[in-house]
Design a binder for this molecule. Structure first.
Ligand code: AFD
Ligand code: MN
Ligand code: MN
Length: 424
């Protein structure tokens, strides 16, 4: 489904006057408002190809209707999101769930929708049918060299797909680890994984990066071979300058201080970027900002401060991606909510008075420091984010537009109610 531009313009026209009043009031309170708006317009968040269908739990899956049944339809969905918010201009593919059959056609479709190909993701956490050797006891860490070789070759294959599409990075998330004490020799598992990653690293094109994603638990419950940011950073440092640590918000032990982790990874020049989501208990993959919006703001606060300290380009120097899976919501509505939460947290971070915060920190004025952050967090910046959308030709209120214009109903009409998207 392609959305005609005039539908968005018409919708925005209806809401323009009310929006203008709210925006002008807010703009008068913000110093560098034009600069902030431009940064918001430039900022793009990649959508994972596996988040466009309804997720499941180990108990069941309640598929929605009108889900994308092919890679082409997944691209269409991301194109639709991007048309609605102009902030979702990239898609991240998971191989082999989404192997393009015709690169030229897929690239042409993406270009038409204004989409780039973000990081490509390998999958050695499942056995595929026709696969020779099993990953039941790990992949890149496996005690059997032949299994490691198979997993290495898969990753190199994923890089080749990415090259064809114009991606510039590979994300490796491993489910490798052990479930019981004594099952694994930690040191050997680390060494095997490192050697495997070194072979993959050697196959990276000159201008590519590899992102090593860590996760503290699940599906292995006793040890994970890339279990935390320290271990990921060890791999990244040993691999070389093209290797970075990827932070997925749901992959930490409870109450981890993620903003501090982010700050130090940035300082070391080793932060790859993000998989955004939210969680209450574990790797819940809930909508970004739905549970801990203040933490999200604190993370962005460190990001903006750290990127500015290093003179980085906010929009292009790190990888920004959503990694969520939703069991009870319409996936497209959920993604619109997630992107909005990210833009809001970024806007908040951009409007923190850094001079004052710095002065408060230097003076050990703890109360003032807290006031500065909380004042910003409690300021309603939604009209600012909406204004950025308006200026880039997106809908003022994407979710409202999606519902009022019955876009899911149109997709169901087009695709039927029995389609199921690939993914977890
Ligand atoms: C995992 C990781 C990783 C992986 C994805 C698969 O977050 O990013 O690619 O889920 O669905 O938990
Ligand atoms: Mn992830
Ligand atoms: Mn995850």
């Amino acid at each position: 489904m392609v959305l005609e531009k005039n539908r968005i313009a018409e919708f925005n026209g209806l809401h323009a006057a009310a929006h203008q009043r709210k925006f002008e009031f807010l703009a008068s309170e913000i110093n560098n408002v034009e600069d902030v708006l431009q940064k918001l317009i430039d900022f793009q968040v990649a959508i994972p190809s596996w988040a466009l269908g309804t997720g499941g739990t180990r108990f069941g899956r309640f598929a929605g209707a009108g889900e994308p049944g092919s890679l082409e339809q997944k691209l269409e969905d991301v194109g639709l999101l991007h048309a609605l918010n102009q902030s979702s201009g990239a898609i991240s593919l998971h191989i082999p769930w989404d192997i393009p059959e015709n690169y030229a056609a897929i690239k042409a479709q993406a270009a038409q929708l204004g989409l780039q190909f973000d990081a490509v993701n390998s999958n050695t956490f499942q056995d595929q049918k026709d696969q020779e050797l099993s990953y039941k006891f790990g992949s890149l860490q496996h005690v059997n060299k032949a299994v490691r070789k198979q997993a290495i070759e898969h990753n190199i294959d994923v890089i080749k797909h990415g090259v064809e599409l114009g991606s510039k990075s590979l994300t490796v998330w491993l489910s490798d680890g052990s479930c019981f004490p004594g099952q694994l020799n930690f040191r050997k598992a680390f060494q095997n994984t490192l050697e495997s990653l070194q072979e993959i690293y050697a196959a990276l094109p000159e201008d590519w990066k590899v992102f090593v994603e860590y996760k503290a638990f699940e599906p292995n419950f006793y040890s994970m071979t890339v279990g935390d940011w320290g271990q990921s950073l060890l791999y990244a440092n040993k691999l070389g300058p093209k290797a970075y640590t990827l932070v997925d918000l749901g992959h930490h032990l409870p109450n981890a201080n993620i903003e501090q982790i982010v700050s130090l990874l940035l300082m070391e020049g080793k932060l790859a970027g993000f998989h955004f989501n939210d969680s209450k208990y574990g790797d819940d993959d809930l909508t970004v900002g739905s549970i801990k919006p203040y933490q999200l703001f604190l993370i962005f606060n460190e990001l903006v401060e750290g990127m500015d300290a290093r003179g980085m380009d906010h929009a292009t120097d790190l990888g920004w991606m959503i990694d969520a899976s939703h069991n009870v919501k319409d996936p497209l509505e959920d993604l619109l909510q997630s992107v909005e939460a990210i833009m809001l947290a970024y806007a908040q971070a951009l409007t923190v008075d850094r001079k004052q915060l710095n002065a408060a920190q230097e003076a050990n004025d703890v109360v003032a420091a807290q006031e500065i952050l909380q004042n910003t967090f409690r300021t309603d910046l939604r009209p600012l984010v909406a204004e950025a959308r308006l200026r880039s030709g997106a809908a003022l209120y994407p979710l409202q537009f999606f519902r009022e214009q019955k876009l899911r109903e149109a997709l169901i009409k087009e695709r039927g109610s029995k389609t199921v998207a690939t993914g977890l």
